[in-house]
Write a protein that binds this ligand. Structure first.
Ligand SMILES: CC(C)(COP(=O)(O)OP(=O)(O)OC[C@H]1O[C@@H](n2cnc3c(N)ncnc32)[C@H](O)[C@@H]1OP(=O)(O)O)[C@@H](O)C(=O)NCCC(=O)NCCS
Length: 209
């Protein structure tokens, strides 16, 4: 016999009854906890969706104000500046204090790390990353700079602190480890010069004709 809870009437309860009582209530409590957990998970999902919608809305407002086009979902940090006429594809990540000039075309899945600077009329192909931290994780960032009219192919990785000169071209899939002089075409891993801008422009115009 035991003095376990008895409904408050002072009635003696057996150990078996007490453990049944405990089991019953634990089952109820665990059931409620499962319900609560499921509800919290649902709430978390709804909050994520809301966050996504808000960021899409922010992009839309910015686009209306600045005449830029940002396809959703793309994350643009509040402090990023984007010039008039620029288009940014979906699934891009535009970090803190990034500056992008006018009339740029940034295709989908591009990562532009915090502090990187991009001039006017720059093209960046899909899946390209501009990095900013040579020895991660550190607090000293060394962002990439891309000057006006540069063309960066798809799937390119530009290492921290690299400057891509005016009108330079970087071939698809390159890993750029050093500065690229203006009007130079580079490609490969590590990226090396293959020709001058004039040759690229010639081939481009022949392709058009
Ligand atoms: C860089 C690029 C403009 C060079 O074009 P090109 O001048 O016609 O070059 P070629 O095809 O004549 O190739 C010249 C040499 O460079 C090499 N090469 C060309 N592009 C390369 C690249 N992206 N990576 C590594 N090597 C490359 C070629 O293999 C060739 O080497 P070889 O002489 O030993 O055979 C072009 O290859 C490129 O990458 N364009 C970007 C495409 C892109 O990303 N578009 C994004 C929008 S969809």
């Amino acid at each position: 016999m035991t003095n376990a809870p008895s409904g408050g009437k002072g009635k003696k309860v057996t150990k078996k009854q007490a453990s049944r009582f405990r089991y019953k209530w634990l089952k109820v409590i665990y059931g409620k906890m499962d319900d609560l957990e499921a509800k919290l998970r649902k709430l978390d999902f709804l909050l994520t969706m809301l966050d996504y919608k808000l960021s899409a809305l922010e992009n839309l407002i910015m686009a209306k104000r600045e005449n830029v086009t940002i396809y959703s979902p793309t994350y643009v940090h509040d402090t990023a500046e984007i010039g008039e006429g620029t288009k940014i594809g979906a699934f891009c990540d535009i970090g803190r204090n990034v500056k992008i000039g006018k009339n740029c075309n940034i295709q989908c899945h591009v990562t532009i790390s915090n502090g990187c600077k991009i001039g006017n009329n720059v093209f960046i192909g899909p899946n390209t990353s501009l990095l900013n931290d040579k020895y991660p994780v550190s607090k000293k960032l060394s962002p990439v700079i891309i000057e006006d009219n540069a063309v960066i192919g798809g799937g390119v990785i530009i290492l921290p602190n690299v400057k891509i000169g005016k009108g330079a071209v970087v071939g698809a899939g390159s890993v750029v480890t050093r500065d690229v002089p203006p009007n130079t075409v580079v490609c490969g891993n590590p990226a090396r010069k293959i020709c001058e801008w004039e040759e690229y422009a010639n081939k481009k115009s022949k392709k058009k004709n």
